[in-house]
Design a protein around this ligand. Structure first.
Ligand code: NAD
Length: 294
């Protein structure tokens, strides 16, 4: 199948490469010459603008930093919508707010196109290995039609409901992740300062009711989990600034739903403080440094 792909960053680059490996004809566009060259090396055709990347494609995938960029890449004069033939499906895998996804879906429908949101979890490792989880928002029929393409890039393809619900799932998951990580960091630091061996404390948590992915797989205290970023100086993993972006999306979504998000607001301030101290590029589990260094 002919596929257009826009946004070849840490996630999009390997995702596009996996589509090529699966036998699709992929035409790419990105503002970064380095990213474009890497895609060319992987076997992609290169377009001069999003409109050209969409020409002749049956599906267009976007993997971009934020909602404003998704809007402009889709709707600009040289954007994706302008290049699509009737009936083309646009899959947006960027993490953005659900409202923008719904607005883009309406705009696509008016032009005889289909738009589904399909944000991912699994990080850059999952993007490379083709084992991402896709959270898809769209009708049953749309979900069926995008699944074969998404299977080339991911392992778990989940239908969350109508358009926008993929983003809702992603935002709510990362809201609880940001909170449990901050809570685990707080408890591990308190335990350390009260004199318990952190390894013993983590063991108790992980066989008790304090257990979570943050305590068990990704413990923020260095040396507890060999494969966790905390054990390699908080490098790699999921950046603090990306967590901050997702908590900002959760806060905006909560405001628009007139729904309180107390814990999210506190977590957001913690990661904001970490970022303002120059650690925005460190893995988000470095939030423990606010307790251990303070
Ligand atoms: P990235 O910054 O590495 O890549 C973004 C790419 O978009 C860059 O190559 C950039 O040049 C390109 N770009 C920016 N503006 C553009 C434009 N107008 N036209 C064409 N290309 C443009 O980001 P990433 O880590 O690949 O993340 C992409 C999306 O996936 C984000 O929405 C992020 O929140 C989400 N996400 C990231 C991760 C992760 O672990 N990195 C995990 C899950 C979801």
């Amino acid at each position: 199948m002919k596929i257009g792909f826009i946004g070849l960053g840490n996630m999009g680059g390997p995702m596009a490469a996996n589509l090529i490996k699966a036998g699709h004809e992929v035409t790419v566009f990105d503002l970064s010459a380095v990213a474009v060259q890497a895609a060319r090396d992987a076997g992609a055709q290169v377009a001069a603008c999003p409109k050209d990347a969409a020409k002749g494609a049956r599906t267009v995938v976007t993997m971009l930093p934020n909602a404003a960029i998704v809007r402009s890449v889709l709707t600009a004069d040289d954007g994706v919508f302008a290049g699509c033939d009737n009936g083309v499906t646009i899959i947006d895998s960027s993490t953005i707010d659900p409202h923008t996804s719904r607005v883009m879906a309406e705009a696509a429908e008016k032009r005889g196109l289909t738009f589904v949101d399909a944000p991912v979890s699994g990080g850059t490792g999952g993007a490379q290995a083709g084992t991402l989880t896709f959270m898809v928002g769209g009708s049953d029929e749309q979900f069926e039609s995008v699944t074969p393409v998404l299977k080339c890039m991911g392992k778990n393809i989940v239908h969350c409901g109508g358009v926008g619900t993929g983003q809702v799932a992603k935002i709510c998951n990362n809201l609880v992740l940001g909170i449990t990580m901050a809570g685990t960091a707080e408890a591990m630091s308190l335990g350390e300062s009260l004199g318990i061996d952190p390894q013993v404390l983590a063991g108790i948590m992980n066989t008790s009711t304090g257990r979570s992915w943050s305590s068990e797989t990704y413990n923020p205290y260095p040396g507890i989990v060999e494969t966790a970023p905390s054990t390699r100086g908080y490098t790699g993993g999921f950046g603090t600034d990306l967590m901050l972006k997702d908590l900002g999306l959760a806060a905006d979504a909560a405001r628009s739903a007139k729904q309180p998000a107390y814990m999210g607001a506190i977590a957001q301030q913690l990661y904001q403080t970490l970022s303002s101290r120059g650690s925005g590029n460190l893995d988000f589990s470095a939030v423990i440094n606010l307790y251990r260094m303070g």
